[in-house]
Design a protein around this ligand. Structure first.
Ligand code: ARG
Length: 469
């Protein structure tokens, strides 16, 4: 038996009965998870309270004991909340810590709480409870961020800018269309987390170590008390799988990938060469050596954090691969990666939102950049298509015009006279010129999904409706 006189850094462990020797100090610390699972304290208590109520209802523990346990669990919850009870950093994990406090304070009643339960189903429950409690916060963060993008998109529904493919000027779009594209991506991230939440709706408690229990537990009642739609189907699956952690880590990695791309655009736009964006002094940093510098460090750091989230996903995939069923201690490694992905997403979204709300876009510069890159070329070809020319011929005709423009030092098709243009195709008319202005090009792109201001406002409305804005 582990003795009561143990040094404080070596608290008695739940499994001390079987092993005559105390665990080696370094090895004990190595396998302890308190530093990571301490954030499950509240959820562990929530789960224990439901378990205790059910044990009493089924006559497995006396009603009076259940009342004492429940009151003490509530007290521990309050004390952890207000800081009068500190989590012992030398404890093995959050489950042993709380059971240890119960036992120290109540004696034998504390020793009754674990009937019909294993830390395997306990941790599977705690993690699910934690995610069901915190994922809505992350989704709200996503929605808030997307709504800021949509506000800025509406503000810039008619601000023309060059759209790029291959980072080469391609066709005119609006800044609003661009910002709305980012909001679309975050909207799907919001949905993805909603889907993941849906699959967290089964209560694993009662699965025990892997094979349930011989005690007459009421799994349905516990599931109901904890707000799940029901108990999980298979006890081995419930303690062995962490696919819910995988898919949430994947959703976080996708969020970070999105943010990373948006930030890449912001970094490029903040360059002197582009000049489309001024992030402002509050959202930039200086250089320790170059006095003139105003660097987009926040955007760069968010871009960089995509690496850690992708890494966390890889950690979890690798962790699960090849693990024999059911529970293995390897599974303890799931939380550090998952918590880090959740924290990273939450923090990056908050910073990105602030940066986006404050960003000053140089719309004059964007509009000016629409000239000179032959952004009107596709529209000129479509002009000919509307007059009956097959598209491939129209494409060749306009390509020739562009080549000659470049050779002649002309910056746009509209710098050629109608007589000159008619030499390429008699179908050209004076109405070509107004149709090729960037604003007209924008207005004309009014198909569903297009950048025309009216159509863009419809897209903004759809997203606002979805995200509750
Ligand atoms: N700290 C453990 C984890 O996070 C709790 C479950 C321990 N179970 C066990 N059989 N050692 O996975």
């Amino acid at each position: 038996m582990i003795e009561d006189t143990e040094p404080p850094r070596r608290p008695s462990v739940l499994w001390a009965g079987r092993l005559a020797e105390k665990p080696e100090e370094g090895a004990f610390a190595f396998q302890a998870s308190i530093a990571v699972d301490r954030r499950l304290a509240r959820d562990d208590i929530t789960g224990s309270r439901a378990h205790v109520a059910m044990l009493a209802a089924r006559g497995i523990i006396p009603a009076g004991t259940a009342r004492a346990l429940d009151a003490e669990l509530a007290r521990i919850d309050g004390e952890l909340e207000n800081g009068t009870l500190k989590i012992d950093p030398g404890a093995e994990d959050i489950h042993s810590f709380i059971e240890g406090v119960l036992t120290t304070r109540l004696g034998d009643p504390g020793r009754m709480v674990h009937a019909g339960r294993s830390r395997n189903d306990q941790v599977a429950l705690d993690l699910r409870l934690y995610l069901r409690r915190t994922l809505p916060e992350l989704r709200a963060e996503l929605a808030r961020t997307a709504l800021v993008l949509l506000d800025r998109a509406e503000e810039h529904a008619a601000s023309v800018m060059p759209g790029y493919t291959h980072l080469q000027r391609a066709q005119p779009v609006s800044l609003g269309h661009w910002l709305c594209a980012w909001a679309c991506a975050l909207g799907r991230d919001w949905e993805r987390l909603g889907d993941a939440l849906g699959r967290l709706d089964e209560c694993p408690l009662g699965s025990g170590a892997l094979a349930g229990s011989t005690l007459p537990l009421d799994r349905g009642a516990v599931a109901k008390a904890l707000g799940f739609s029901g108990p999980s189907l298979n006890s081995m699956d419930s303690v062995a799988d962490r696919d819910f952690a995988l898919e949430i880590a994947a959703a976080c990695a996708i969020i970070q990938t999105h943010l990373s791309r948006f930030c890449e655009d912001m970094v490029i736009w903040s360059s002197e060469e582009s000049g489309f964006l001024d992030l402002g002094e509050a959202w930039s940093t200086g250089s320790s050596i170059m006095p003139q510098k105003k660097n987009p460090d926040f955007a760069e750091l968010i871009r960089g954090k995509a690496g850690r989230s992708a890494g966390n996903l890889m950690t979890l995939l690798t962790l699960l691969k090849g693990l024999p069923y059911a529970y293995d201690k390897d599974l303890q490694e799931d939380k550090e990666a998952l918590f880090d992905s959740l924290d990273t997403a939450q923090n990056c979204l908050r910073i990105f939102r602030g940066m986006t709300a404050a960003a000053r876009f140089n719309t004059e510069r964007m509009e000016a950049a629409c000239a000179g890159g032959f952004l009107e070329a596709t529209d000129a070809a479509e002009y000919l298509v509307k007059k009956g020319l097959p598209f491939r011929k129209a494409h060749e005709t306009v390509a020739l015009i562009v080549r000659d423009c470049i050779a002649l030092g002309r910056r746009g098709i509209t710098e050629r006279s109608i007589e000159e243009l008619r030499k390429y195709s008699p179908l050209f008319d004076e109405d070509l010129y107004p149709s090729l202005s960037p604003h007209e090009a924008l207005r004309a792109r009014d198909l569903p999904g297009g950048p025309a201001p009216r159509e863009l406002r419809r897209q903004i409305g759809v997203l606002r409706e979805k995200l509750g804005g």
